[in-house]
Design a protein around this ligand. Sequence first.
Ligand code: PBG
Length: 325
Amino acid sequence: MSGFPIYRPRRLRQNEVIRSMVRETELNFKDLIYPLFVIHGKDVKTPVPSLPGVFQLSIDKLEKEVGEVVAAGIPAVILFGIPAEKDEVASGAYDPNGIVQEAVRTLKRAYPELLVITDVCLCEYTSHGHCGVIDNGQVLNDPTLELLAKTALSHVEAGADIVAPSDMMDGRVAAIRKVLDDNGFSHTPIMSYSAKYASAFYGPFRDAAGSAPQFGDRKSYQMDPANTDEALREVELDLQEGADMIMVKPAMPYLDIVRRVKDNFNAPLVAYQVSGEYAMLKAAAANGWLDEEKVVLEALTSIKRAGADLIITYYAKELVRWLIK
Ligand code: PBG
C-alpha cells in the first residue's frame, strides 16, 4: 500500500457515520450471559459489598430479577448456588431439590425461552471450599468426576439448557458428556471453562458465593497465569471430550489467550469478565476516576475484538441500557 499522502487514515475517521460504517467490532446484547447468585429463603436480596449492583437472591427475588433480564433482551443467564449447608462431599451440589435445581425449575417455568446455563462445580457446596473431594489435603481428581457428572445430570433433569463445568478437574467434560448421553440428554450442550486460570480476580465472587478455599489455594487445578500453550492443550482436550463451547477466564487480563484460542479452534468461544474485573471498574467509577459507561464499553469491545463470541458479564443489564441509548 502506498504511504502518506496517498493513504490518509483520518479520512475514515471524520465523522460518526463513516466511523460506524468501517467499525470492525460491535457489541450485541444477544451475545451476553448474565451471572446470578441464588440462595435459600424467601424475600432475600442481600447486596454483595465487593460487587455493587450484584445480590444474593432467593428464588422469588431471582424470578423477579430475571424478568428484567428477559425484558432487556438478554438471552441467557448463568446460575451459581449458595446452599443452606455444606459438607465434605458437596451433597448440596447434586441434590435433586438443591438450590440451583429449584431455581432452574422456577426460571424455566416462568421464562421458557430464556437460556438457563448452570455452573457445575463443587466449591460452593464443600465445607472446605475446594472444587473437588479432599483426601489428606489433596484435591482428588477421578473421585470428583463422578460427583461433577451427578451434579450436571441433576441440573439438566431440572431443566437446565446448558451445563458449564468450572472445576478444572481433568476429564470432567468426558464424564459429564457420558452421563448426559446415557440418560437421554445427548442434545444438551456443554460449555466448558476450558482455560480457567488460578486468578486473584475471583476474589469478589468468592464473597458472593461464600466459596473461598478454607486452606491452600486452587493452583493445583486451575491454570498458572504465566502459561499460554497450556491453554491450547486444555481447549483441545475439552473439544476432544465433547465440549460444545469453550471458555477463557478471566477475560481482560487474558486477551492474548482469547485471541490464540480463537485463531486455533473453530468453536464458539466464551470469555468471562469476572468479578474482580467488574469490581475494579465499579470502584474507579464510584470514585469519579473513570467514566463508567465509556470504560465498560471499551473493555467489553476489547474482549470481542480479541475473539470472544459470547461474554459473561455482571455488566450485562447496564450494557444493554447503554447500547440502546
Ligand atoms: C466456581 C467458579 C468461580 C468463578 C466461576 N465459577 C470461582 C473460583 O473458581 O474460585 C469465578 C467467577 C468470577 O470471579 O466472577 N469454581
